[in-house]
Design a protein around this ligand. Structure first.
Ligand code: ADP
Ligand code: ZN
Ligand code: ZN
Length: 739
């Protein structure tokens, strides 16, 4: 006997209110998640329709009380049906409950109003405001005076803050609004800032021959009976965006819609405006700065057919377009395409699955494709398209590698090598701009005792605290903050210091070496407030500074035509991360950083400073040789059975009690050994995760490696069942992570 879980109302947040129905024998073979079923509902013999969200062989209540499905309404497939089918696929392939998967995929209207942030903004000039303030100060309108005074200073105020701190009532707001003194804004979204910008300068640009050939090749692929996903390997500046735009044009002309995924960090005004320039108000953007309500509204507009192109990060993949024709994944290699919460899906695989369900096409692009995607292109699963020349035949920057060990030998202890400093000097003299990139991935600026080596750690997480402005120590995992101690808590020594390699330190060195140079810094500290990121980029573009110093934030998708020198301060910090992908990430970041330079008329140059000048990821990045890197990296992955040579499943356990967790994970490993007896499964662990404790929750992990993905999925299925019935896992949260 099979039972189906059926959900009747998918528009509300009551997704967990599903009902079980018996599946009649004649439907057992056809029924699938996502199908619309007619079911008896209530006692009055009423029939209504619902979505099948899952199937099981276990009744949740007494079997005689379970009613039977009347019918499958075939031909009534909707966008939601397909999204539910996608959720079922995600549940199956990544491991999660069906509810978790549905919540990821369906736009849910959740407590929207409460979450939406409202702002009061000054809508008159500063002079007019000051004048008005003077007048108001003479009156008895104290609340209005307070509000205006604060607005003149801050320009934009949080509504709740104003109500609480300044006693601003809705009557005051209304009055000011009527008088045109203020306007109300909701959580700032990209649309509004874009609409005020001038996009008239952007015209349709004819494709280059190479771009044209790429488009033709993709169109030929699409004409095939079962088109493959396309991977565009295109050097930085080759015009991948031009190609995307052309493909979107074609999709729209067929009455279909397109989704464009861009990593959050690259989702800037500069990238998005090119799509606006071409498609105008057919385009909508979602990003993580929007409130849940705003994102829900964007999805609603897409569903109603009010927009045809949705641009956004990972989650934009689930835009409920009625006839989706194309999914583009830009910067396909970006780690942010993998979800960090259950279901831990990868946008690339999930996009390909959605495309199958929708009969749509997938096009991915990158200058440095992920090893996973490229190996699929190599074995023919994807179709590969190459763009090898930069637009306008601009040469790639000339790159020199500086061995930092040699610098030390020569007595130079500065973070700037002699060569880099020399080149910077030259640029500043010519009034050209410089960027300095500090590769800090997998590295935190920890603080330790110089006498005994004690490292200051977060009391709630198994990570070291890092030093920020004003000698504050901060935990990047839980936000715990404390003052820097005067003496070491272990040995009492007063010599406590940070490891001086942060962006702040580099800025200080630059200022000392070049006192007349104007600097800008972009990192965790300077971009914490809203809008600051865009502001820094705009200021640099407007030549308000000669040098921009920053973390990986500065290497993504911005064109600064006057930057002619890119300095990479410490290329190999990311090589030390405990991850089999660290060489790949290093290579990708360096390529992107090098590719930033020389985009304008003047040729670019880059200096890579490193302690590992012979490492293949650095050597290959210096000459932007993807093929060389790929071959070396693949042989390493094959040797050690890392993806894509094999598949990996991480079973992550977490819980508040250390001992219980250790025990449960140990039993889990024994269980795996019992259910899978072939010796082609590689089991590693259990062991503490690389960060073994976060917010007082302990974390352990077991890694499973196998050649066949299906085997790992099968093991995951059995583990899910085992965990569900075993009381030892009651206070332990198990998550699955495939790679
Ligand atoms: P990629 O995404 O491959 O790094 P972009 O699409 O950002 O490359 O293009 C790089 C630069 O070249 C952009 O400034 C873009 O405007 C310009 N460009 C690319 N193709 C063309 C074209 N066919 N006509 C005019 N300008 C182009
Ligand atoms: Zn000490
Ligand atoms: Zn912490």
């Amino acid at each position: 006997m099979i039972y189906a879980d059926i959900i009747i109302d998918i528009s509300s947040d009551k997704l967990d209110r599903s009902f079980q129905y018996r599946v009649p024998e004649r439907l057992e073979k056809t029924i699938k998640a996502g199908m619309v079923a007619a079911i008896p509902f209530g006692n009055a013999g009423r029939v209504c329709k619902g979505y099948v969200i899952g199937l099981s062989d276990k009744p949740k209540i007494a079997p005689e009380k379970i009613k039977e499905i009347s019918e499958i309404c075939s031909g009534e497939e909707t966008t939601e049906s397909r999204l539910i089918a996608l959720a079922a696929w995600m549940r199956e392939n990544y491991g999660s409950t069906m509810i978790q998967a549905l919540r990821t995929v369906l736009p849910i209207q959740e407590k929207i109003k409460a979450k939406e942030k409202k702002y009061i903004c000054l809508d008159i000039s500063e002079e007019a405001g000051t004048q008005l303030l003077k007048e108001l100060e003479q009156t008895r309108f104290k609340a209005r005076t307070r509000l205006l005074r604060e607005l003149l200073e801050k320009k934009r105020l949080d509504y709740t803050h104003a109500a609480k701190e300044l006693g601003t009532t809705s009557a005051v707001v209304k009055k000011f609004q009527e008088q045109g003194i203020i306007r109300i804004e909701y959580d700032e979204i990209m649309r509004t800032s874009l609409n005020t910008g001038d996009i008239s300068g952007e015209r349709r640009m004819p494709l280059t021959d190479e771009q044209e050939a790429a488009v033709k090749q993709i169109q030929r692929e699409w004409k095939k009976p079962s088109p493959k996903p396309v991977l565009i390997e295109g050097v930085t500046g080759s015009g991948k965006t031009q190609v995307y735009i052309k493909l979107i044009e074609q999709t729209l002309s067929q009455g279909k819609e397109a989704i464009v995924l861009i990593p959050e960090i690259a989702l800037t005004y500069q990238t998005v405006r090119r799509f606006y320039a071409r498609f105008g108000d057919k385009v909508s953007v979602i990003n993580s700065r929007q409130s849940q309500g705003e994102r829900y509204d964007q999805f609603k507009r897409a569903k109603k057919g009010e927009v045809q192109v949705m641009i956004g990060p990972r989650s934009a993949l689930f835009t409920p377009f009625a006839s989706l024709g194309l999914i583009i994944i830009d910067e396909e290699h970006e780690p942010s395409y993998k979800s960090e919460s259950t279901p831990r899906y990868h946008a690339r695989e999930t996009a390909i699955r959605r495309a199958v369900l929708e009969h749509a096409n997938v096009v991915m692009g990158s200058a440095t494709p992920s090893v996973e995607a490229y190996s699929k292109a190599m074995n023919g699963e994807y179709s590969l398209v190459r763009l090898t020349t930069r637009y306008g035949s601009r040469p790639l920057p000339r790159v020199s590698i500086v061995d930092l060990r040699e610098e030390l030998k020569a007595g130079n202890r500065s973070v700037l090598s002699r060569e880099l400093r020399q080149k910077m000097k030259g640029r500043f003299e010519k009034k050209e701009q410089v960027m300095l990139f500090l590769n800090r991935r997998g590295y935190a600026g920890f603080v330790s005792c110089r006498s005994c080596g004690h490292v200051m750690k977060c009391p709630h997480c198994d990570v070291s605290l890092s030093e920020h402005n004003n000698e504050r120590l901060l935990c990047h995992y839980c936000g715990y903050e404390t003052g820097k101690p005067r003496i070491c808590p272990v040995c009492g020594s007063p010599y406590i210091g940070g490891f001086k390699a942060g962006t702040q330190q580099i800025e200080k060195v630059v200022r000392e070496d070049f006192p007349e140079v104007r600097t800008l810094r972009m990192d965790f500290d300077t971009t914490r407030t809203k809008g600051s990121y865009e502001k820094i980029l705009a200021a640099f573009a407007a030549h308000e500074a000669d040098i921009l110093i920053g973390t990986q934030m500065i290497v993504k998708g911005h064109d600064f035509p006057d930057v002619t020198l890119m300095g990479i301060v410490a290329a190999d910090l990311s090589l030390n991360a405990e991850d089999y992908r660290c060489a790949e990430r290093t290579f990708q970041l360096l390529c992107q950083a090098v590719g930033r330079g020389g985009r304008g008329e003047k040729p670019g140059e880059a200096v890579i400073q490193t302690y590992h000048p012979d490492h293949y990821s650095i050597q290959a990045a210096a000459v932007q040789d993807y093929q060389a890197f790929y071959e070396e990296e693949m042989s390493y992955r094959m040797l050690l059975d890392y993806p894509p040579a094999a598949h990996m499943l991480a079973v992550l356990g977490s819980g508040p009690e250390d001992e219980k967790l250790v025990q449960a994970m140990y039993y889990l490993k024994l269980y795996i050994e019992r259910i899978y007896r072939e010796n082609d499964l590689h089991i590693i662990g259990p062991a503490y995760a690389s960060v073994g404790k976060v917010k007082d929750i302990y974390r352990q992990v077991i890694y499973l490696k196998h050649k066949d993905h299906k085997t790992l999925v099968h093991i995951k299925d059995q583990l899910e069942k085992y965990i569900e019935i075993n009381s030892g896992f009651r206070k332990i949260y198990i998550q699955f992570d495939f790679s």
